[in-house]
Ligand binder design. Structure first.
Ligand SMILES: [Zn+2]
Ligand SMILES: [Zn+2]
Length: 347
């Protein structure tokens, strides 16, 4: 099935009877596990390695190989989970009375939608996701379900992300025009940084790319998992002359402070879906805003809820109200899941 027909509704327990909101996060009762729990639990299934979803100290963690590898890099092997179990995309696993499968979410390397089947109904928790192509991770997979739990980080019609390729083109045009200045691009360390590098390489940029020290470890993990990023050098140890005309990637917190002032007449850039909001770029002292996001934009959210075909969606972090309103107009039942503790990495 996986679209509860009316005749089956009586026999099939609705996912809201077994997938529950708790102070620790979403709990799948018949499976005995939490999804992206906010505090340490016995058994966690983790959608991806961003800090708001992957927290340290769980007794047992189930996730993709990529997610577990990045968690170990960021928090150390021990904190990443007492028992760490890898589940590959599409592999079926029984946990308690639930069958679980992971499907690519297209968000960052290793990111997965978590699908749960229980007594004839399938619920999917998307985690964070995007629909734009990303050379560093597997594309979002559309999986039909009865309940789709969606994020809504950019759940307002104003958020329309242009093609990443075009934004990279704007960055490279600026680099060509201001050949004596250093372009410092604010981006978070997991996902955005590696995607920018890979997009620059795809656009033919083959010079070394310089990194803030905070960005190196996850890049090394991506490489170990088979993502080619070309030559990367640490900006902190580079001669100031070498940074003339170069591209430097750094955490958003570093681009406007003393760290960036050491660079050669820096052009401050920022890669984020929030750069759609002009005041936001201005307030952050951003000279070249790049609208590049690892979250679905408004149209991506709407396309996704249509394509998965679920008669019902639950909406988490972001623009819940607008998305619920739009879903209702598409004859999809929708409700807000008031989960606190999740946010956007560069909000
Ligand atoms: Zn995320
Ligand atoms: Zn998130």
């Amino acid at each position: 099935m996986f679209q509860m027909s009316h005749s089956m509704v009586d026999m099939t327990p609705h996912p809201q009877t077994w997938l529950k909101t708790t102070p620790s996060g979403l709990y799948c009762e018949p499976g005995g596990f939490y999804i992206d729990p906010l505090r340490p639990v016995e058994r966690a299934v983790i959608s991806h390695a961003h800090a708001d979803h992957a927290r340290p100290g769980h007794k047992a963690v189930l996730a993709t190989e990529g997610t577990l590898a990045i968690m170990r890099t960021r928090m150390g092997t021990e904190a990443a989970g007492g028992a760490q179990q890898v589940l590959g995309y599409g592999e079926r696993l029984r946990l308690g009375d639930v069958t679980i499968t992971l499907h690519p979410a297209g968000h960052v390397l290793g990111s997965a939608q978590i699908a749960m089947e229980y007594q004839g109904a399938r619920a999917i928790v998307s985690g964070d996701y995007k629909r734009q192509p990303d050379p560093t991770c597997a594309p979002f997979e559309v999986v039909p379900c009865d309940v789709f739990v969606t994020e809504a980080t950019f759940g307002l019609p104003v958020f329309q992300h242009p093609e990443a390729e075009d934004e990279i083109g704007r960055l490279l045009a600026s680099v060509a025009m201001f050949a004596d200045r250093t372009h410092v691009v604010g981006c978070y360390a997991l996902g955005k940084c590696q995607r920018l590098i890979a997009e620059l390489r795809r656009a033919g940029y083959d010079k070394p790319i310089y990194l803030h020290g905070a960005h190196l470890p996850v890049c090394e993990t991506y490489r170990a998992l088979g993502v080619d990023l070309g030559e990367l050098l640490l900006a902190t140890v580079a001669a100031k002359s070498a940074l003339k005309g170069a591209i430097v990637l750094a955490p958003p917190s570093a681009i406007a402070d003393r760290w960036a002032r050491r660079l050669e007449d820096p052009v401050v850039c920022m890669a984020s879906g929030w750069m759609r909001i002009r005041q936001r770029a201005k307030a952050g002292g951003v000279e070249l805003p790049l609208i590049i996001s690892d979250h679905a934009d408004w149209n991506g959210l709407l396309a996704t809820i249509r394509e998965v075909g679920a008669p019902e969606i639950w909406v988490t972090h972001g623009g819940e109200e607008a998305l619920i309103h739009a879903a209702t107009r598409l004859q999809i039942r929708a409700r807000a899941l008031r989960l606190i503790g999740y946010g956007d990495e560069d909000a």
